[in-house]
Structure formats: structure tokens, C-alpha cells
Design a protein around this ligand. Sequence first.
Ligand code: ADP
Ligand code: MG
Length: 748
Amino acid sequence: SALVTAASAPKREIQYPHKADGKPKYSSEIYGENVFTLKTMAKALPKPIFASFLKQRRGRQVLDKTTADSIAHAVRVWAMDRGATHYTHWFQPQTGTTAEKHDAFLSLVSNFTPGGEEVTPIDQFSGGQLLQSEPDASSFPSGGMRTTFEARGYTIWDTSSSMFVQQGPNGTAILYIPSVYISYNGDALDEKTVLLRSNDVLSRAATELVNLIEPESHVSHVYTTLGTEQEFFMVDRTMYSMRPDLKITGRTLVGQLPPRHQQLEDHYFGRIPSRVLSAISELELECLKLGIPIKTRHNEVAPGQFEVAPIFEEASVAVDHNLLTMDILHKVAHRHNLRVLFHEKPFKGINGSGKHCNWAIATDRGENLLDPTVRPETNFRFIIFLLAVLRALQEHAALLRVAISSSSNEHRLGAQEAPPGIISAFLGDQLNEVLNAIEEDRPLKNFSVPQFQSIKVGGTVLDVKVSALPHIARDLTDRNRTSPFAFTGNKFEFRAVGSKQSPSFPVTVLNCAVTAAVREITAELRAQTGSKPRPSDEDKLAVIRKYIKLTKDVRFEGDNYSEAWVQEAERRGLPNIKSAPEAFTYLIKEKHVNMLTKETAIFTESELRSRYHILNERYTKDVVIEAETLKTIIGQQILPAAFEYRKSLAETAASLKSVGVEAAPEVDTLNELTPLVTALQAEYRKLTDAVGSCVEHASDDSNAHAMAAYTDVVPLIASVRSAADALEAAVADKFWPLPKYTELLLTI
Ligand code: ADP
Ligand code: MG
């Protein structure tokens, strides 16, 4: 049976790279070996060419043909030495994943000789080919931005992200060129263009504010940093292949919790199952080669759930790396006969998966502007930037809610284990006290940190001077796992982001909102400073006090899952956006449109509109696909199985009766079963009608259509499921056509 196949799947052995002397290579030696880094480039290019590339990269010069040709030649040779036969512009359409189209380096040159035409094969890659290509773009979502007669899209090399090679088929390799994807008119069709733009405006705004607060700091550039904690489930691939719902929609549409799931709380940080550990370590090896610094791996709360997290990097690179990590994990899992599930809620009743986006702002001098340092109460620069983030959240919480909304993440948001649809910020006791003390103009309450003077070891007390202990950085925040947006030490952790989605749009929106807030505060501080050469401490404090008061309502330290918070949030006027289609409407509300298109100019109006349509259409499609999948499973697998079981009970009862044996137990079971089958069939019919009419009434108003899917179809998907799950409990195991939760969750 499938279970036996799954349990006896052969183990895959990974060859860890070794040096010539037979010793294993150190991670630091493998790191980035498949990346065409600036260092590699510097070695491969003539000095002036490299210098001109660096200038271009910082946006000061357009890349000329000679430079582009030289780089193309150098990277082709470098990649071919690593087995590359093809190159691809690798980009991020608004599908949540990445896209690539491969072209061979092979070209043919024709020579006409007296003897006739002579064709010579050569390997070739020009600067023009490196810089841009024109994929057939008509099948990527554009939300109506590309009309059919102008169905062109261009992928253009994003020089801020390094090229790399990845394994291709049969021992070959492929050169990847990280790219942006834009329309003929220069509109962003992808996730990356807007992210890069948002990094840019935030950099300019934040640089200005830092230099206003501390003119002597001479900061010329700031960048956002991002560390993504990626959660996912692993299931056996044989089991997976028998679940059409998982295959098509990424989540189980039917299925009941096993008697043992996460209630023992023994999975979190427990021993990682060996097959999964092998797969994760193969992932880590591949990531190392690509310069993706995976740092942490551990079990998550639910059975079969895990997490990996990298060391944080500059946001746009971190996004590339997160998408690559997901892609590689997917491939690697396959090799271990596993299947990775990135869906936010693959299983009902146990924890879902998120992608915590740890976000901060750093200067070109390497200082984190969100680092509270030892005495945050005197660090005005820190407090001002902290307040800018709070202000951003207060003004544009609804946009952050948009950025995390999808049909899949809806199953997680608001459910007991995940941050809810109300966006607020958690700061922790100490920072709260700092802000409160400043606001009330009173001294700070004392925060004593327990210090260990001596340690008892095996009955003897060792006197250890505090100075002899390594310095342990105090984490200024305690943990509040219920907050969707929590300050954790020296960064904000945006927790509501879904595990499946690209972190790009959430980070873009956050960058934009913070830019607007930073500009507002800068203007305020300038007004306060007047004609003085720099603001005094009193000037800063005046602005700080004003913004502490102003942003108070967006701070919440309590339990975000409680009903009391829902009421409190309403009193405070914070939006509580209950569904994805409702959230999407905020993307085109005047206040947010102004910020995105005018104040920060990250989006054009048509880019926003198109994104709005893409989000709505995607939502509707996801719901309809789920409904259709569920219909198939119920109509073709579950109802027939129930009929089969009924028939077997009826036949048994009849034959027992015919030989004079009392068949009461079979008849009772049959009688209990019948209403469950009838109930399922009734819900199934309702679903069939609802999805039929939803598809039929597709309207030009993409939001109205999504709303209809949400109100008319989503509840029926849930009620069909309840009916099917009740039946699962009543039908004999050998008749049940699908692997159950126990098999899915515990066979790894
Ligand atoms: P946690 O604080 O959530 O327990 P970690 O300290 O391991 O966990 O950090 C989680 C993630 O946050 C990691 O990916 C880490 O690299 C990232 N991170 C740490 N500092 C920053 C920062 N300044 N900016 C962005 N991400 C950061
Ligand atoms: Mg964390």
C-alpha cells in the first residue's frame, strides 16, 4: 500500500563537498561559489570597465555598450566553466513566484565561401542580450495594463543583484540574471521594480532626516534590511500524490484532525525527523553555493511543520534569496520523496505557516537606525525613527493588510494561532515606559535586569564576576507572539505575512508608508528648528512628544487574539478588515493612493489599478479552483466511497437476515450513516450551484466578483468540508479514498 511505500522510501545520501586533501570544505569556503559577485567581476574585467559598471550600478551613469559587452563576455565564460549552456532573465511577475525562460549560448555564424554556405557553431552572449530580453509576456497577469495590441513586456537586468548559476538538467547549469519586468511604457509589471523604487525613496527621505538630527553623521545612503523566517510543512510525496486537494490547491479541503496532533507540544524545537533534516541540509548546501546565508532550522509548532531563517540582508537581495530558497526547497524535497507545502493553512485545526518579515533600516555606515542602544531614552534618533514607523502604521495599516491578503492567508489571519486582521504594533514594556515617560515628562521607572553573580555547579558555588561573563546584549522587548507587527530587539517583525507569498509587496508598502512618515516628521522638525543651524534637544523632544501622542492608538501590548481587543480597536478607530476582497478596496482609496502615487511616487495610478485587479482576480480564481476541486473530490471519490460502504452494510445485513441472523448492528450503522451522506450530498449541491453562478456572473468589476466568491462560495467550501469530515469519522477506513491527516502528518 501507499503507506508501506512511503515508510520504506530509500534514503538519499548527499555528497558534502570535500577539498583536494579529502577534508570537508568549510561553509565559508562554499559560500557564494556559484555567484558572479562583485569580487569575481572585478577579477574578470579590465579595471576601467569594472569602474564604469560600479558607477552605473549606483545609478550615476547609463551602462554603455562596451561595458555591457565586456561583462556579458566575462560572465559567459565564468558560467560556462561551471557547466552553463543557457542563460535566463529571472524575474518576479505578480504571481507570487518567479519566472524564467532559457536561451542557449549557442549561435550559428554563416560564412559564404566559393564552395557554398558554411555554418560555424559558436558560443555567444552579447551586452544587449545581457541587458534585456523580451519574453512573450501575454500570459502573465497585468490587470489590464497591457492591451492586446501592446502585449509587450521587457525583462531588464537588475544590476543591484548578482548573477548566479544554478544546476540545470543532466549535469548542465543555467546562468540566472536577476531582472525587473516592465511594460513598453515603463510601467512595473512585477514585484521587484516597485520594491527597488521604494528602497530608493526611503533612502533619500531617511538620509535627510538622519542628517538633520545629527549633521555630523554624514550619512549618504540608507537601506532597508530584511530577514525572512520561512515556515512550511513537509509531507511524504506518495501520500501527497494521493490528495488532489493538496496537489491542486496546496491545502487539504477535507480531513479531520488525528487524535494526536500538537496538543502534546512536543514538536516545537524537537528533534527534526531524519528525512526532513537531510532535505533541509541539502537545501542549506545549495543555498550556501548561491550565497544565501541560511542560519537557523528547527521544528515548528505543528507536526510536520518546520522553519528555516537566513541572516538578514539588504531587502531586495533578501527577497530574491527568499524566493530562491523556496524554489530550491521545493526541488530538494522532491529528491527526498517529500513534498513541501508553503500554503498558509494546509491543515485545518493545527497551526498555519507564516513568513515573519524582520525589517529594519541601516545607514551606509552600518548603523541600525532601529537599534535602541543602551539608553534608548536619550537616543533621540532611535526614538524619532521608531515613531516614524508607528506613524506609518497608524496612517497606512490598511495598506499593510492589503499587502498580506490572499485567499490562502485568510485561513490563517484571525484564526487562533495567527496575527489577526487588525494591524497594531507591539513595543514591549521597556520601550513603552520610555515613550510614556517622555510623553508625561517624568523620570523613567527603573528597569533592573537580573544579573547572575555566581553560578552553582555540582554543589560548589563558583564566584563569577559579572565582567567575566560574556556580555549578553539585553533584548529590550519581551515576546508577544500575538502581535502582527512587533518590535523585537532592534527591528520590527511583520508577522502577518503569509508563508506562500513573496515578501516583496509587503516590504514595498512598508517602505512607502515609512517614507511618507519620515518626510512628515522631517518637515515638523525643520519647522521646530526654525533658522537655527540644527535642532536642539528641546526641538527634538517637542516633535517626539507630539508623535508619541499622535501614534498612541496604534500601540497595543495585550492579547491580539482576544475579543476585548477587537472592541478596543474599534473604539480607537483602527480598521478591522475581515476579508481579502474588503482589504483590496483600500488599495484604491484616496488617502492611500495619494501616498503611493503622489507623496512617494512609487506607483503610477495605472500600476495601482492593475495590481488591484490582479489581486481581486487571483482571489476569485483561487476560490473557484478550490470549489471545483472540492466538488470533484466529493462527487467522484467521497460520495461513491460512502455509497460503497452503505452497499456493503446493506448486503451484509441482508445476507445475515437470509440465514436467520439478527443484523441489528449493521442496520444501526447504516441508519446512522444515511443522514450523513444525505447532508453531504445536499451541501455538495449547494456548492455546485453557488460556484456555477459565481463563474457565470463574472463581472467587469473584479472586486464585486471577488466579494461574491467570498460571500457565496467560501462559506459553502467550509460547510461541505464539515459534512465530509463528519462522514470520514463514520465510514470504515478501508473504504475511505484519501490518505487521512494521521498518514499525511505523521509519515515523515
Ligand atoms: P527572533 O528575534 O525572531 O527570535 P532572530 O534573532 O534569529 O529571531 O531573528 C530572526 C530574523 O531576523 C533572522 O532572519 C535575522 O537575521 C533577522 N534580523 C536580525 N536583525 C535584523 C535587522 N536589523 N534587520 C532585519 N532583519 C534582522
Ligand atoms: Mg522571530
